[in-house]
Design a protein around this ligand. Sequence first.
Ligand code: UD1
Length: 369
Amino acid sequence: MSRIVKKSIYVVAGARPNFMKIAPLIKEFQKESVNFKLIHTGQHYDYNMSKVFFDDLGIPEPDIHLNVGSASHAVQTASIMIEFEKIIIKEKPSLVVVVGDVNSTIACALVAKKLHVKVAHIEAGLRSFNMKMPEEINRLLTDQISDFLFTTEKSAALNLKREGISADKIFFVGNVMIDTLITNLEKAKKLKLLDKYNLKKNDYALITLHRPSNVDTKENLEKMLNILNFLQEKIKVFFPIHPRTKKNLEKFDLEKNIKDLNIVLSNPIGYLEFLNLMTNSKLILTDSGGIQEEASYLKIPILTAREGTERPITVDEGTNTIIGNDLAKAKKYIEEIISNKYKQGKIIEKWDGQTAKRIVRIIKENLNI
Ligand code: UD1
C-alpha cells in the first residue's frame, strides 16, 4: 500500500537578523497549509538576541533547536553542520530555506545540498565585494549551491549572473524584512518609549555598532567612539549595545571613552521597541545591513559606518550614505541632516509587504505542493 508523504520544508534561523526575515514566511506557509518545520540553530541565544523577537513577531516555538551557541567561525559553523546533518538524514525534507548571510545560513545550506536536498536562499545576490567580511563569504558560497535565489533588489541578479548562476534560478521578489516592518509598524508606533528612555521625537540619533571591522580592534573602536562623541555634541544619542561590542569595550578598557554628554545606553532591545525608536529618530548611525534597508523604507536619514554596502539601492534610492569610520565625513552628513538639507529617498521597487507571498507561490509551483 502506498503511503502519501506530505512534502516538508525546513526553515532555518539562527541569529538576530534572521528572525524578522522568517516571520512573514512562516505566516504565509501556515496560511497556505504548507508543511514546514522551524529549525533554530542557537547561534544567538540570549533573551534579547533571540526570544524577544519570537515574542514580538509571533513566531512559533522552533520545532528543533540545535543549541550551538557562540564559538570561533570554524567551530560554530562546524557545530551547526554536525547537528543539522543528523536531522536532515533522519527526515529528508524536500527543501531547506535559509535567509541572510550569517554562519547558520552557509552551514545549513551546505549540509542540505550535500545530502541532495534543495536549498532556497532568501536575500541572495547581495555583495559587498569585501572578502574580509565573514558575511560576504557566507553569501557567495550559499548562492553557489542554492536552487532558488530570491533577491531583494536589482543589483543582486547582476552579481549572480556574473558569478555564473543561471537566470532561471533567480527570482526578484522584494524584501521579506520590509514585509515584517509593514505588518508591525502600527503596533510599534503605539509603544510609549520616548518617556521611558527620556527622548524627544525627531530629536535624537539611534546608533548600533557590532561589525568585527569596527569593534574587534582597539584602534577602530576608538574611531567609532570619536564619531559617537561628536554626535552627542549635536544631538541626544540612544545606543543599545550589542554583546560583541560590550565585550570589546570592556576588553580594550574603552568604556571610559564614551563621553557622558547626551547619551542613553541600553542592552540590546526587541524588534518592536527598535522599530518604534527608528520611526521617531532624527537620524541613524549604524554598521548593520538590515537597518540600512529599514531606515530607507521609513525615509529616516541613515549613515553607515562601513567601507561599502551590499545593499546599494539604499544609497542610490534610499536614505543611506556610506561614511566608513571617517570623522570628517560623519561631521559633514550629521550637520546636513540636522539642518534638514539631507536627501529624502524614494519608494523602492517591490518593498511592498507582499514578498513572502511571492516566495511561497514560487516554492509551491516549483515543488508541486
Ligand atoms: C552575527 C552575524 C552577523 C550579524 C550579527 C547580528 C555571522 C558571521 N555574523 O554576528 O552577520 O550581523 O550576528 O547580531 O554569522 N553573544 C552573546 N549572546 C548571544 C549571541 C552572541 O553574548 O545571544 C556574544 C558572544 O560573546 C559571541 C559574540 O556575541 O561570541 C558574537 O556572536 P556571533 O554569533 O559569533 O556573531 P555576531 O557578532 O553576533
